[in-house]
Every structure is written in C-alpha cells, then in structure tokens.
Design a binder for this molecule. Structure first.
Ligand code: C5P
Length: 403
C-alpha cells in the first residue's frame, strides 16, 4: 500500500461514500477509510446493521472525521432524509465489503436500509468490492445478481482468490485496500493517454563482473515506477522495462525485467514497435565489464584491473530512429542542473527532459524536478514522486502530437 498512500491529486476533495456491510472483511474497510482520507478524499461512511457487528461506528468516525450514518430513520439529517443528504454531492459510492446479501438487495433495487436506499437514490458511480465465502460467491444466484448489477453499470472490483476467514481457499476475498484505492484513483484520473502506447525504463542496471558480483548504482526505481503507474492510470498501454528493484509492478502495467544495459536495450527495442512515447527513467550504467567471468573470481592479494567498455545509450538510439516515438529523458545531476540538462536534451535531440539534482531525489519518496522543453524550463514544486509523475504525464500529453 505504500505506493498509494501519498498519491494525491485526482482524489483530492472528492466526496466518497464508503458503504460497509456485514462481513469479516469489514476490518479492512477501516484501513480503506484511512487511506482514502490520506489521498485527499472526503470520506463519509454508511454502516449497515450487520457491518456494525464487525467494526464500530466510532472507529469509522475517528478515521473519516465525520459522523457515521447507520439508520434510514435518523431525523438529524438534512430534511430528515439521510439517504438523500449523504448521497448529495457524492463523487462515488464504494461498498466494501459488499456481502452476498447486499449484492442481492442492490440487484433487486431494494431500499430497506440506509445503504441500499442511498445506492438506489444516487446519481454517481457505484463500486462494489464483494467479500464472501467462495461457495456464496460461486452460487448461481450471486453470479446472476452480479451480472445484473454489471449490466446496470455498477463497477465490480474483485473479488480476489486466496485463503478465506472460514478456512477455505478460493474466490471471494475482498481486494486489499491499496488495490481498491488504486481502482478509484484510476477511475478519477483523466485519460490523457488513452489509445497511446508508452514504454518506460526504470531502476538501475546491473553489469555482471562474475556470477555473483557486478557494477550497479543506488537508483531505487521509484520515479520510473511512479511514471509507469501514472501512464497506466492515464489510459496508456504501458510497458515497463525494469532493472533490478524491490518494487511491485504497478497496476495495469506490463513489466519486463532486464538486469543489464544490453538486455534493457534489447527488451526496449523488442517492445518499441507501435509505441507513441518512450520515457527513459532508468539509471543505465555507462560502462560494463569488458568480460564477465564464468566462475567466481578468486582473490590473489595482487592489484586487479577491470576493463570497462561503454554501454549503448538506449535513449539516444531510440530518439535517433526515423520512426522515433515522442522521447522523454531524465537527467540526475549533482550540480549545474540547467546547463547539463539542456545540453543533454540537445545532444540526444529530445523534445522533453526532466532534470533533478541528485540530492533532491535518489531513493526518497519525494522529488523536486524541472521540465525542459523547446519553450524553456518549467520547475515543478517539490512533491511525492507519484504526484510529480502525474504532472510529468500532463506535460507530455500537452506536447504529444495528435494521435
Ligand atoms: O546517463 P545520462 O545522464 O546521459 O542519462 C540521461 C538519459 O539517458 C536518461 O533518461 C537515461 O535513462 C538515458 N540513458 C539511456 N541509456 C544509457 C544512458 C542513459 O537510455 N546508456
């Protein structure tokens, strides 16, 4: 979930009504309420009677910062009608967990408690995150109800497969809070890159000296992964060619692992056909050992020489192709950012380059960058990498020739 907690922007200020129905997964709804709040959403919780048996209203009140709604007959609501007051101005309703019972009641347009009445009276998208025992999920009645809801335009998120609270294994686990946040975020992110194919490189490379040793650098891959995630959320078919990093593949992104610069180059060239955009974020090693020993090198007590040969410049090679996609470079410098970054942009003939000072970025969760293009320099405020990535995507979408 760490990947998502700092993402603000497209959920900021959105009014999200979180419906919590009865199921053991209700405990995860507490984390979900918190994460949505941290992403800037204005979270209001509607708890069913059964949901309140698992997690108390007080928990959701503390996490959302708002009173929790439980009853259709709560006269303190505006107009005395909580099902109308709560839904007014809502950007989305997310029912998580959505039990088999609430799915059945929603499919039939019932309005016999606050949450179902609220869903029936809504004029915003409805998301359901089913959570139930696998046999309840697989039962034809539930499948019929889900199909009906889908046909009505309701968005069904999950369920996942795996171990269940009842001890069985199969489909019916509620998606994790991070995945649900991601789905909402993707829904609210403008599809600036719809219909586009984007190839991104990320992470360090590892240039082997022998089977266990090599030359690498301290790139964490976080910026490249954030860019790939932002592209996918913006509707692009996104391929991420990644050096060795300890990050999960972002949702909706096809990841190809490539440890060395040579391998990364081959993988990039293989996926490049049809790409509209190439974003080179990887910290590719400039040199590699001239030879890689087949066996582990032994120490001898003598000085040792390692001959290095230059690696291909993947970005320069792609940008020089006659059919080059729109190419975006990155430059991490330790000083004189403007001069070095602009030189690099010109030397590699790039329409856009993102520069940052090493001290501002490497390994951390935040970044301070400057975008360089033909119109000049555009500094972005210091922000979490996910938000910086979103702004970079917005900038490139503005410069991208019409598809
Ligand atoms: O290493 P340098 O500062 O020239 O890197 C600038 C840009 O070129 C970055 O976008 C990086 O991903 C890319 N690059 C590359 N292949 C290399 C070296 C750099 O694609 N061998």
């Amino acid at each position: 979930m760490e990947n998502y907690i700092h993402i603000i922007g497209c959920l900021r200020g959105r009014k999200i009504v979180l419906g919590v129905s009865g199921g053991i997964a209700a405990y995860k709804a507490a984390a979900l309420a918190r994460e949505l709040g941290r992403m800037g959403a204005d979270v209001h919780v509607a708890l069913t009677e059964a949901g309140a048996r698992f997690v108390s209203a007080l928990t959701f009140q503390a996490l959302s910062g708002h009173r929790v709604w439980t009853s259709l007959w709560d006269g303190s609501a505006e107009n005395g009608m909580p099902h109308i007051a709560l839904g007014r101005g809502a950007d989305a309703i997310l029912v998580a967990p959505a039990s088999a019972d609430i799915i059945a009641r929603l499919a039939h347009g019932r309005a016999d408690d606050l949450l179902t009445a609220l869903c029936l009276a809504r004029d915003c998208p409805l998301f359901l995150a089913p959570a139930m025992n696998r046999q309840m999920w697989e039962n034809p009645a539930t499948q019929r109800n889900v199909a009906t809801l889908r046909a009505d335009g309701v968005i069904i998120l999950g369920p996942d497969e795996g171990g269940q609270a009842c001890g069985e294994t199969g489909p019916g686990r509620m998606l994790e809070p991070g995945a649900l946040c991601e789905a909402l975020l993707a829904f609210f992110t403008p599809r600036l890159l719809a219909g586009r194919k984007v190839v991104v490189t990320a992470g360090p490379t590892f240039e082997a000296i022998d089977p266990v040793r090599g030359i690498t650098n301290s790139s964490s891959g976080k910026m490249g992964y954030a860019i790939a995630a932002a592209c996918a959320r913006s509707g692009a078919e996104t391929v991420l060619v990644s050096g060795p990093v300890a990050l999960p593949a972002p949702a909706g992104v096809r990841r190809i692992e490539a440890a060395s610069a040579l391998r990364m180059r081959d993988e990039v060239l293989a996926v490049l056909p049809g790409a509209d955009v190439f974003i080179a974020v990887a910290a590719v090693a400039d040199y590699r050992p001239a030879q890689t020993a087949g066996h582990k090198l032994k120490k001898s007590g003598q000085p040792m020489r390692l001959e290095l040969v230059p690696n291909p410049d993947i970005l320069a090679e792609v940008a020089a192709r006659p059919d080059a996609p729109f190419c975006v470079g990155f430059a991490a410098e330790s000083q004189e950012l403007d001069a070095y970054a602009e030189n690099k942009r010109r030397a590699k003939r790039l329409p856009m380059l993102v520069g940052n000072l090493l001290a501002d970025s490497v390994g951390g969760d935040d970044n301070t960058v400057v975008i360089y293009d033909d119109a000049g320099r555009h500094p972005l405020p210091r922000a979490p990498k996910a938000l910086v990535a979103r702004q970079i995507v917005e900038h490139l979408a503005r410069l991208l020739p019409a598809g």
